[in-house]
Structures are given as C-alpha cells and as structure tokens.
Design a protein around this ligand. Structure first.
Ligand code: AMP
Length: 213
C-alpha cells in the first residue's frame, strides 16, 4: 500500500499514521520528523531548514524533493505512508515523477479535514517527547507524570512551532500552498476525504471505513 496523508498541521497525521502502521506493514515517512532529526544533528540540511520551520513557513521545494528522493530510494517494497509530503503542487508533481521512475504508483491520497480553531486548540496543548517522539496533549492525552514521557521517561516539550502565532502562520501557509492538493488528487481519482475532527478513536474508525487503519 502506498498512500499519502494530507491535512493541516494538527489534523492528526502523525498519530493516525502510527495506528495505520500497526495494521499494515508500511514505512511511515514523515518529512517533519526527518527535518527535525537533521536539525538535532546540525546537518547542513537541518541548519538551512530550521529558520523556515521556526517561523512556520515551508522549507524550499528543492531541498524537500531531494531529501525525499533519497529517502524513497531506501524504501522497502512493502509500501509507504507519506506524512507531510507533498505539501505543494510542485512537490506533488515531483512525487509523481519519482513514483513513476520507481514503478511504485500511489494507491490513495487521504485528506484529513479539520476546522482551523480545532487545530489551534489541539496544537497549543500538544507535547512531544524530546527523546522518542511520542505525542501527548495537556488535556486530551496527558502524561501520567506531568512533563515526563510515559514511554521512555524523558522530558516532554512544546515544539517551537506549536506556539499560537506560529500555528496561525502555518495554517495560512497550509490554505495557500497545500490545500490546492485536494483538487490535484481529485483530478487523478486518488483523493479520499476523511473528517478528522473529534477524538482519536472516532477519526481512526473513519479511516478504517475509508479502507485504512
Ligand atoms: P510537520 O511536523 O509535518 O508539521 O512539519 C514541521 C515543519 O517542517 C513545517 O512547518 C515545515 O516548515 C517543514 N516541512 C515539513 N514537511 C515539509 C514539506 N513537505 N515541505 C516543506 N516544508 C516542510
């Protein structure tokens, strides 16, 4: 299975991807996670990407496309689930080329739809483990011990780009640059819309009805 997950920041792409992965043997590839690893490692890509990420804008297409070309070349034959890529029409066109070159056509583009104000509430309360990346929420899914990851006991933190003013910028970038992908994938017959508001389990069952998770 080869699918892409599209949706605004905070739509639950990362959390739902983890649920899908537990049922299907796919490689979960998150561009945000790869970029954050590069930032942590201080690589040239990480240093370049950080200024865009901190300000809530998109990292330039050329950098992202090259990064994904390398990552997809390492992909196992079982398929993949792309989370956070493509985010622009230029990236979608590049992905079409890549999947053609690799003879790995996409099966579906899942659009997780959620209102802006829900996104703001979700992201302001999101906390992420600084070590293993597990995701929590201060009210919706709190850690057992405040500030400490349930999985690996390291501190959980708020991402720099989960501050409200940055979230609002990320949302306007999403509407301008990424939302047009719905039309792009509708034209190719790959688009499946899923209502991503409400609790995790409700969204998970809607994904199941759409053939996933
Ligand atoms: P995410 O964790 O998916 O919300 O991504 C965090 C940040 O990484 C975004 O706000 C962008 O700055 C950057 N980023 C992730 N994926 C992409 C992409 N496909 N194109 C451009 N920038 C990206």
């Amino acid at each position: 299975m080869r699918i892409i997950l599209i949706g605004p920041p905070g739509a639950g792409k990362g959390t739902q991807a983890a649920a899908v992965k537990s049922r299907f043997p796919v490689d979960h590839i998150s561009t945000g996670d790869i970029l954050r690893e590069n930032v942590r490692a201080g690589s040239p890509l990480g240093i370049e990407a950080k200024k865009f990420m901190d300000s809530g804008t998109l990292v330039p297409d050329a950098l992202i496309i090259e990064m994904m070309r390398e990552r997809l070349a390492k992909n196992s034959a079982d398929g993949f689930m792309l989370d956070g890529f493509p985010r622009t029409v230029a990236q979608a066109e590049a992905l079409d080329e890549l999947t053609k070159e690799m003879s790995m056509p996409l099966d579906a583009a899942i659009l997780l739809e959620v209102p802006d104000e829900t996104v703001v509430k979700r992201l302001c309360g999101r906390r992420v483990c600084s070590s293993c990346g597990a995701i929590f929420h201060v009210t919706g899914n709190p850690t057992a011990v405040e500030g400490i990851c349930d999985v690996c006991s390291e501190p959980v933190v708020q991402r720099d780009d989960d501050r409200e003013e940055v979230i609002r910028r990320r949302l306007s970038v999403y509407h301008r640059d990424t939302a047009p992908l719905a039309e792009y994938y509708e034209k190719s017959g790959l688009l499946r819309r899923v209502d991503a508001s409400g609790p995790f389990d409700a969204v998970k069952s809607r994904l199941e009805s759409a053939g996933l998770s």
